[in-house]
Design a binder for this molecule. Structure first.
Ligand SMILES: Cc1cc2nc3c(=O)[nH]c(=O)nc-3n(C[C@H](O)[C@H](O)[C@H](O)COP(=O)(O)OP(=O)(O)OC[C@H]3O[C@@H](n4cnc5c(N)ncnc54)[C@H](O)[C@@H]3O)c2cc1C
Length: 239
């Protein structure tokens, strides 16, 4: 836990939004990122756990996943398509999955998150308090607007999806992963490990326009080659 100056647990979204107007206050969701920081700080956290934002339910032809639903809950929910439940269960070890939330995962925007890639191909839209709803791709590109709170993510649960990845070991986060989904004749493809956040790419030319990062697990050129191979493999699997 960072050495926070104060902890707030509002019981209404209005009060939470009021609290978050102060510049030194941040949202606390599952805390797996926030609590990982042990540095002293003057931060105050606003815990969203008492706002009832943890439901997962059908909403017309979409599924609404509350921002405070944990990855473990998403991995178990009947309303979430089976292929996405599998990806949610693979996202992190069970100790983290039982804490980490869908809202925190979106806000953190990890470029290695397979779940974010899955949400991208499922046409995810992010509902916010304090800002207009927007597509997940836009939110990942710009970050959560100042003072706004993610309240839910909605997805299109239909279609067929497949995933392909390369990792150093089965337990490691993939170096690059591809998630493809087809619905009503349209194919979407998203990649992890090729940019700061997971990105939607052209299913016919998965590596076009990418400038991947490099680290000890792979050069930029290696990741581009993985993008081509894994992208084609995931798309082929849903044909
Ligand atoms: C050991 C370890 C391994 C990890 N492995 C992975 C991994 O494999 N893949 C991966 O993607 N991530 C990984 N993470 C990062 C982290 O677990 C995830 O990003 C997680 O889903 C964050 O969710 P949380 O609910 O714990 O967020 P928190 O830690 O509570 O918050 C994270 C950030 O998001 C903001 N935030 C949270 N909820 C909201 C909201 N509703 N509205 C606005 N802002 C919000 C917070 O203010 C904070 O800045 C790992 C972390 C650790 C410690």
């Amino acid at each position: 836990m960072p050495l926070i100056a104060a902890y707030h647990r509002p019981t209404s979204l209005d009060v939470a939004m009021d609290l978050l107007q102060a510049p030194n206050r941040i949202v606390l969701a599952g805390g797996t990122v926030v609590n990982a920081d042990r540095a002293p700080s003057d931060l105050e956290v606003v815990d969203l756990q008492s706002l009832g934002l943890d439901t997962i339910e059908h909403d017309g032809d979409r599924v609404r996943i509350g921002a405070m639903a944990t990855l473990a809950a998403g991995g178990d929910a009947d309303a979430v398509p089976a292929w996405m439940r599998t990806i949610a269960r693979a996202e992190a070890p069970s100790t983290l999955r039982s804490l980490a939330t869908i809202g925190g995962t979106v806000a953190a925007g990890s470029g290695e998150s397979l779940l974010l890639a899955a949400l991208l191909v499922a046409d995810a839209r992010v509902e916010l308090a304090g800002a207009e709803q927007r597509g997940l791709a836009e939110l990942l590109a710009t970050g959560v607007p100042e003072g706004a709170v993610i309240t839910a993510v909605t997805i299109d649960p239909g279609g067929t999806a497949a995933e392909a990845h390369t990792a150093r070991t089965p337990a490691d986060a993939p170096i690059v992963a591809a998630v493809a989904r087809t619905s009503n004749g349209t194919t979407a493809l998203a990649l992890t490990g090729v940019a700061d956040t997971p990105v939607l790419v052209d299913p016919l030319d998965p590596s076009a326009g990418l400038t991947p990062p490099a680290d000890f697990r792979g050069t930029a050129e290696y990741r581009l080659e993985l993008a081509r191979i894994l992208g084609a493999r995931a798309v082929e699997a849903i044909r």
